[in-house]
Write a protein that binds this ligand. Structure first.
Ligand code: PLP
Length: 371
């Protein structure tokens, strides 16, 4: 006879969520934590987008949309991205968050045993989604500076390698790939016939003067994934989009039909309004928070100055594992995430500075006193 746990598939058992769960368990015991662990902006959805969402609901946009998303939003995104990349970007599919785009891109391309390469530290989902669908996640170390090194990536390529997943600006490091690094990644992909999945969800959060260097500009075998969760603080609205290589987008669209069906209908109309809202002030404020964190932690911790997103990934003080350091931080009321949640190593920790200046200052002070 089966016990209830016997119903759980090997696929599900293959995914381990213990690292992050441990942090949340510890956090649940904290009274009023200085929370530097949150992966979403601390500003609210812009008012025009809220109004557009309410109006779309009132206007009756409450049914399924076409699987690929509403035409005005897809047209607008195709126009904007084509102008940005200097070529027609190809088909656009509106997804249920970038997570939906990642899931569909992997389902559309990965056969059991196929390999996908990404840099370590990595956004946790890459590893687990790949495992879930029977692919093989290959994490290539980018320590100590979190830069793309073609020779390390090439050394990890096998005849089963199909995807190169890039994430710039990066979660958890905040590092932004330079033009040269992107060119090197494209060269590797071209040489080895790899499809690039470029997760650009943090694209609006750039603190230098240049726009994001995207592989989509030079390499048409790229799927760009972007979304509204971070740019407009709409993590709960579940809106993202995928664009690029037409045969892959067509396969993703087919799969969306049998999984998510479509992205939330009224919110697709609201996204159209959101695209006309300037987020420049919010980004500038995050740039100042980045400077503050770098300035406060730089003297006590080994850091790589981030140029984007809202994370920094300092090295834990020597002599302790990062997990031990994080436990001490949590005992002192500062919630941060141990690096081994994002990495095969347990040497660093992630701070999110998407919070108030006051919390950043208090949190950094405590972390420095523990270092
Ligand atoms: N990609 C990266 C790098 C992320 O950090 C996140 C969310 O934290 C996602 C994708 C998923 O975002 P979404 O809310 O659009 O599914």
């Amino acid at each position: 006879m089966r016990s209830p746990s016997d119903y759980i598939s090997r696929r599900s058992l293959g995914v381990d969520a213990s690292g992050i769960r441990k942090v949340f368990d510890l956090a649940a015991k904290m009274k009023d934590p200085i929370n530097l662990s949150i992966g979403l902006p601390d500003f609210d959805v812009p008012e025009p987008a809220k109004i557009a969402a309410i109006e779309a609901i009132r206007a009756g946009h409450n049914r399924y949309t076409q699987t690929q998303g509403i035409a005005p939003l897809r047209d607008r995104l195709r126009r904007d991205m084509s102008a940005e990349f200097g070529r027609d970007i190809g088909e656009v599919l509106i997804t249920s968050g970038v997570t939906g785009g990642l899931m569909l891109a992997m389902l559309a391309t990965i056969d059991p045993g196929d390999e996908a390469i990404f840099l370590d530290p990595y956004f946790v989902m890459y590893k687990h989604l790949l495992t879930l669908i029977g692919g093989k996640p290959i994490a290539v170390a980018s320590y100590p500076d979190f830069r793309f090194r073609a020779e390390r990536v090439e050394a990890a390529i096998t005849p089963r390698t199909k995807l190169l997943i890039l994430n710039s600006p990066s979660n958890p490091t905040g590092v932004v790939m330079s033009r040269q690094e992107v060119a090197a990644a494209v060269e590797v992909a071209r040489k080895h016939d790899l499809l690039i999945i470029s997760d650009e969800i943090y694209e609006p959060f750039l603190y230098g003067s240049e726009r994001l260097a995207s592989p989509a500009k030079a390499y048409d075998r790229t799927i760009v994934l972007r979304g509204f969760s971070k740019s407009h603080a709409m993590t709960g609205w579940r809106l993202g989009y995928a664009a690029g290589c037409e045969s892959v987008i067509a396969a993703m669209t087919k799969l969306q039909q049998y999984t998510y069906i479509c992205a939330p209908s009224p919110l697709q109309y609201a996204a159209l309004a959101a695209l006309d809202v300037s987020m420049a002030d919010a980004v500038a404020a995050y740039g100042r928070k980045r400077d503050m964190v770098v300035q406060m932690l730089g003297g006590k911790f080994q850091i790589v100055k981030p140029d984007g997103a809202f994370y920094i990934f300092p090295q834990a003080p020597t002599g302790a594992s990062a997990s031990d350091f994080v436990t001490r931080a949590i005992e002192n009321n500062v919630l941060i995430i141990p690096g081994n949640v994002f990495s095969e190593r347990d040497t660093h920790f992630r701070i999110s500075y998407a919070t108030t200046d006051e919390k950043i200052a208090r949190g950094c002070e405590i972390l420095c006193s523990l270092a």
